[in-house]
Design a binder for this molecule. Sequence first.
Ligand code: PMP
Length: 360
Amino acid sequence: MGRVYNFSAGPAVLPEEVLKSAAEEMLDYNGTGMSVMEMSHRSKAFEEIITTAEADLRELMNIPDNYKVLFLQGGASQQFAMIPMNLMKNKVADYIVTGQWAKKAASEAAKYGKVNKIASSEDRTFSYIPDCSDLPISEDADYVYICENNTIYGTKFKELPNTKGKTLVADVSSCFLSEPVDVTKYGVIYGGVQKNIGPAGMVIVIIREDLITEDVLPGTPTMLTYKTHADAKSLYNTPPAYGIYICGKVFKWLKAMGGLEAMKARNEKKAKLLYDFLDESKLFKGTVEKKDRSLMNVPFVTGDADLDAKFVKEAKAAGLENLKGHRSVGGMRASIYNAMPYEGVEALVTFMKKFEEENL
Ligand code: PMP
């Protein structure tokens, strides 16, 4: 059986070239006589893998020298706690709540200090990004937190909030490496890699050096202290070694594709194809305010739950997988991450046109 077009929100599609290359190296990585899964994380071969991965990521994102790159475990959700534990010196933080992931991060942080929800789009089911140009930033806030791309709702911050000088912390799980970013605008950028970069089990944290201190909340475990991992170059304990290896291959793939500018152009072209169709369709409609539309996650509905279910079922039979919307919102969602080829979106739109003709 051939491969399908996989529109999953995560774990998600990876570049075929990367999977093939990993398969070729499975039994014998680079003459070591073993797979990367089997080798010591202290070996020379692995040291080269992790060093190269970091260097390539730094090049792709143009990460300045005063930022550390950490390859950690625990998923993005673990960062919901690690961030306040490490950054809440005044025990105050401002959260902009644009979806379930930001909401979860805010409730987790509330275990450690005072959380001010300074903006939210919950009033309209998180279908937009609030105006963040002049928010009531708390004077003593240790940081301002955003979820930059909202995987479930399909919205994206097109402009970063005005934090009035406070440190910006961003969860970029579902838009990681999808377009260029100015790292200097953030204190912390982090994301689980299982959407746009690699296999689940790993999170990448890019953090400005001055935010890495021993002065963390009392009781913070060693493993949840950024300094532990920064000092040990992500090798304090056994890291998610195979994940780092695959991510490294994806970084090489991204470089070969022309880097993040080229990815942005490619992603815009893919998203435009789908959004243009949604805008003219008589059956399907997008659920998000146009100006805030994500390039990565595209939710849409027919307005009839039975018809939505029929669509998802028939699409699957046609080789278009995982189009069901998140269980909390229903409808459909096409996640069209970096590794989704243009042809995949073309196949989806062609199928949607046919479904529309048959069901209108
Ligand atoms: N943040 C965002 C934006 C997400 O989409 C997700 C997962 N879907 C998470 C956090 C949680 O990630 P994890 O499962 O790695 O904890």
